[in-house]
Ligand binder design. Structure first.
Ligand code: URA
Length: 252
């Protein structure tokens, strides 16, 4: 039987234990290509969910896009967990909120501030959104080997790109009281960056007894600019994709 949204079956994923989960469907093939041309197959496509299987040093690795946001991440984790996937690595992009983090750097999240609603459907807010120690450690070692500039620390996951990340170019121009001043406060609390998926990923996988981690390329620093540069996005896509594939090839 095929999974409701992902349109994948156990037969499609025989022996695969690890999934890389970018948000953007276009990034599925881009990451798969890093494992070598003709080394991957697109195995399903439905709505924002595109899946490919590639082979890294003899280990099959699934790459499935989640689309944007925590509700879609919960669908992907639920359906892939039911099909036998044990490890999830989010490969994404992000906006930094600390002065020492530049566009082009990578961030490996150790935990996430739960500004989303989805994770509350799995555990109360007192439950921490933490990445799996093993996966964080493997991502760090791989990033060190590849000599890329990276940071580790806490990420804020928001359900919205505009008000929840305190962007005043929301259509109404109005950010509700809950979020006014939130960027400055999170910065003071040493939170590194904003993105839209990790808190749900971490809570759901911890609740299920599975493993997860997140590596994101920084495409803007919110303290300086809101305009990402295309060549820089391409660079962080390649670096984070290579690191995630390397880690996936060693996970059991
Ligand atoms: N993704 C986000 O959620 N926020 C940013 O600022 C950049 C990417």
């Amino acid at each position: 039987m095929k999974a409701y949204h992902l349109k994948l079956s156990k037969k499609d994923l025989k022996g695969v234990k690890t999934a890389l989960i970018p948000g953007d469907p276009e990034r599925v093939e881009k990451i798969a290509l890093l494992s070598g041309e003709k080394n991957y197959r697109i195995i399903s496509e439905n709505r924002e969910f595109r899946s490919a299987i590639c082979n890294v040093s003899g280990v099959p690795v699934l790459i499935t896009s989640t689309g944007i946001g925590c509700p879609a991440v919960s669908i992907v984790v639920e359906e892939l967990a039911n099909l036998g996937i044990k490890n999830f690595i989010r490969v994404g992009t992000s906006g930094a909120i600390q002065p020492g983090i530049e566009p082009g750097d990578l961030i490996i999240s150790t935990a996430a501030v739960r500004l989303d609603g989805t994770s509350r459907h799995y555990a109360p807010l007192s439950y921490p959104a933490v990445a799996s120690f093993d996966i964080v450690s493997d991502l760090v070692k791989s990033a060190q080997r590849m000599k890329v500039k990276f940071h580790t620390g806490i990420t804020a996951t928001s359900d919205t790109f505009y008000p929840g990340q305190e962007r005043y170019d929301t259509y109404s121009g109005h950010v509700i009281r809950d979020f006014r001043g939130s960027l400055e406060e999170l910065k003071k609390l040493n939170v590194l960056n904003f993105e839209m998926e990790s808190s749900a990923l971490f809570v759901i996988t911890q609740v299920f007894g599975l493993k997860s981690g997140t590596i994101c390329g920084v495409i803007v620093n919110r303290l300086n600019s809101e305009k990402p540069d295309d060549s820089l996005i391409q660079r962080v896509e390649v670096q984070s994709g290579r690191i995630a594939l390397d880690v996936a090839s060693n996970l059991k």
